[in-house]
Design a binder for this molecule. Sequence first.
Ligand SMILES: Cc1cc2nc3c(=O)[nH]c(=O)nc-3n(C[C@H](O)[C@H](O)[C@H](O)COP(=O)(O)OP(=O)(O)OC[C@H]3O[C@@H](n4cnc5c(N)ncnc54)[C@H](O)[C@@H]3O)c2cc1C
Length: 478
Amino acid sequence: MHGTDAAASRVDSLIESDSSRCFEVFVLLSRRGTRRIVMAVQVSCRGNCLALRMLSRSVSHSSVSVESVSELDSHTHTPALFSRSAIGTFFQERPLLTNPFTQDALLRAYLQRHLPEQAVQRDLLLFGERLVSEIEALGRQCELNPPVLQRFDPWGRRVDRILTCDAWTRLKHISAQEGLVAAGYERTYGEWSRVYQMSKIYLFAPSAGLYTCPLAMTDGAAKVIESLGVHSSREAFERLTTRDEKRFWTSGQWMTERRGGSDVSSGTETVARRQQDGWFKLYGFKWFTSATDADMTLTLARITDRHGRSTAGSSGLSLFLAEVWDSDGLCNGIEVQRLKDKLGTRQVPTAELLLDGMSAQLLSEEGRGVASIANMLTITRIHNTVCAVGAMRRITHLCREYARKRAAFGKLLKDHALHVQTLSRLEVNTHSHTQVCVCCSAALECVCVCVLSGGDSRRISVCDGSVSSAGPRGEQKR
Ligand SMILES: Cc1cc2nc3c(=O)[nH]c(=O)nc-3n(C[C@H](O)[C@H](O)[C@H](O)COP(=O)(O)OP(=O)(O)OC[C@H]3O[C@@H](n4cnc5c(N)ncnc54)[C@H](O)[C@@H]3O)c2cc1C
């Protein structure tokens, strides 16, 4: 074989054996001056065999000898300085996420003042560590692996399964373990329990790959059941508010139909037919159901009489609780029409659902559906607020961190007065919104106590108006 052919074939075999060495091979040949092949071959470090084959063909026309190419073996693992120049040598140091609780002076000061319990401080500190070491990566995985709908099984049976990634399931387990819903109902810290729970949601949200969406609805459903005090849904309540990851349920909230999202009273066409056992079968079309992989849902429908007639308007709507899947993982009288192809929130499975005889139990009084589900709306709105402010805090945290690392015009951003002014504005905004959040959270457990004429007292929730006994001395007063 002619010397240059042998050299080309040697290059080929090197490429075959390890395509990740392509770039190094290219560099070595260039540096040896075998030929100035600094042509527009933007050879990436991995897998670009085609470009290297072109290179080896060029080598075969050059004067390189097989001996010189054989030296490649001993050289290809030493870093070649020139290789970096293809994309430059500067890489900006990234802003690092560190424990968001320890970074949050405002939250820590607030809790120090109102909820100074050591257990709370310790729990939030550990939770902050877990966010950085585990949860952040799970949230990212959810973004990269959006849910898909499996409509049929491999044998052609209709199954309508919503397949989510492992990280989404793991976030469900973590949510239970960390008591992200439970903490609001355990009431370990009395009137500050909600502040404690919402502090965790606020820290969790920016890392959670939108798992906060099902949590908001789960909390809302628990609140509705608790306020209505419905004995038959006791098990559902316990599952929604447990810390046991194996028992933990999430809930959906199915209100919106094609005719109306805001205007549910005239937009709801779903009907509920009473069954002999007292349960109902629901028929209708729900147009926007988020986190449809939930275990149960609350939904609105119009109860029909035996002639199939129902009452129009808000007074015709009742509230139902339904489990979404049966024990085999099949839908409870539901067809998943499609998953929404959304612009954002793509991690969350949001579906259009045909309710085709979904079994459900009546939760509210007949005709009191809208009033009864209102608590859920209040809770989910507060969750949304908390999550939005959590995102603001994370942004200010990372911006501050970045300003310590990024240099422009000869000094770090943190030393530019105008940049500091921008950061200060962000901080002030975040500060004031955080105050609103904690006030709203605190109000959820805020009660006023009325002392009745006989000395007895009643505890009235500011959030939902529910009334309970406050004990002889009204000790839960605030
Ligand atoms: C990402 C995402 C997830 C969702 N998840 C769920 C879910 O899980 N469950 C569920 O039930 N729904 C869900 N929805 C639907 C959502 O709740 C509705 O989109 C919302 O209620 C608005 O209803 P609509 O889209 O029919 O808009 P419309 O009611 O038609 O409103 C259109 C516009 O008019 C304004 N408007 C309406 N009425 C009035 C009024 N009286 N005065 C002044 N302005 C008014 C609205 O503010 C809005 O800007 C989701 C929506 C999105 C985008």
